[in-house]
Design a protein around this ligand. Structure first.
Ligand code: 9MR
Length: 339
């Protein structure tokens, strides 16, 4: 790199220098616990753990009380071939949680995405796929005991019908009780969740989740919680969020915000960042107000590693730290929400 380019960019990151930053010195998990919540957590991923500026924040005591592996516990990474288990990356995140004294959220056992081809392209009968689901779920939940698990991830389409994947197409809705029952058998102390997006709004998808949980409860199938992923858009956080949460906790299950981020159309502006601060405050305040909402996880804490730009072209800046690991106004919004 040309020396003058280096000096310029090191001294004044052009993109963020003119924009407002976060100023709170309160740590995020400390704020969550002071509000009576179990944690403020973050997703993280193995490739990020060599970034020492990143890990300095991730590991700081009082900052994140919980972590979720963004990818390393997923099926394609843990059982890439039938009965062949690869635990190195998953163990790295679990061990990090242990050494930092953080809760771990297992993510996830059964999901339509990031599946190895032996699962998606296999020739299954009801009986063989039941065993596969039981075995995979049991291995994961049994390996990392005493944790919270997203046992089933994203079972619904946005209209509230069941997503058609290899599990549903072979086993119908019964794959859900099969997975939950196997998880409970593997670790009676694990908290078992179904995790979903676009259930933060009242509508067919949230209603489908309520009906599913009621049905599981009536069958005696173990279900402890509902995860609201909460991938939001700046200025569009649902005004009914708290009411939706209450409709879930009324079922007698706990809930958590599991993958919070609030994206914007780039470029960032001062006005968008201020709105984002308000939006983070709104989401955190809703969790704070609902006693059954146990905690909030951001889907990574820095724009440097957010999944958003690669999925939503032209959008990003969804997290509380910018890509230079500088706090954004959104950070202060989280603190304000817990205050
Ligand atoms: O953050 C994850 C990203 O690194 C992966 O490429 C992506 C692949 O599907 O999955 C992301 O995490 C998803 C999570 O597992 C389930 N809910 C949506 C998340 C964002 O896509």
């Amino acid at each position: 790199m040309h020396p003058s380019t280096f000096c310029h960019s090191a001294a004044t990151p052009a993109a963020s220098s003119a924009l407002p930053t976060g100023t709170s010195t309160t740590l995020l998990d400390n704020a969550a616990k002071a509000a009576g919540k179990k944690y403020l957590g973050t997703a993280t991923d193995n490739g990020e753990l060599t970034d020492t500026a990143y890990t300095a924040i991730l590991d700081e005591k009082g900052m994140f009380g919980q972590i979720t592996p963004a990818n390393s516990m997923k099926w394609e990474n843990t059982e890439p071939e039938q009965g062949v288990w690869t635990w190195t990356d998953a163990d790295q995140i679990a061990n990090l949680a242990k050494s930092n004294g953080q809760l771990l959220r297992g993510h996830n056992c059964v999901w339509y995405n990031q599946l190895p081809s032996w699962v998606t392209s296999g020739t299954w009968t009801t009986s063989t796929l039941t065993s596969v689901v039981q075995n995979h779920t049991g291995e994961l939940v049994g390996r990392y005991k005493g944790q919270v698990w997203d046992v089933v991830n994203e079972p619904f389409n946005d209209d509230g019908t069941y997503r058609e994947d290899v599990f549903y197409n072979t086993l119908g809705e019964s794959y859900i009780p099969i997975a939950l029952t196997a998880a409970r058998a593997a670790d009676p102390n694990a908290k078992l969740y179904i995790n979903e997006y676009n259930i933060e709004y009242q509508g067919s998808k949230a209603t489908a989740m309520i009906n599913l949980v009621k049905s599981l409860q009536s069958q005696g199938v173990p279900i402890d919680g509902i995860g609201l992923q909460s991938h939001f858009i700046v200025g569009e956080v649902p005004s009914t969020l708290q009411a939706t949460m209450e409709s879930f906790t009324a079922l007698g299950v706990e809930i958590a915000i599991t993958e919070l981020d609030i994206r914007m159309t780039l470029p960032e502006t001062a006005a968008l960042l201020e709105q984002q601060k308000t939006d983070y405050d709104t989401v955190i305040s809703a969790c704070r107000a609902v006693s059954g909402c146990i905690g909030v996880t951001v889907w990574d804490f820095t724009d440097k590693y957010s999944w958003v730009p690669s999925t939503f072209s032209g959008q990003g800046a969804a997290t509380p730290y910018d890509s230079n690991l500088v706090k954004k106004p959104a950070y202060d919004g989280i603190i304000a929400g817990f205050a």
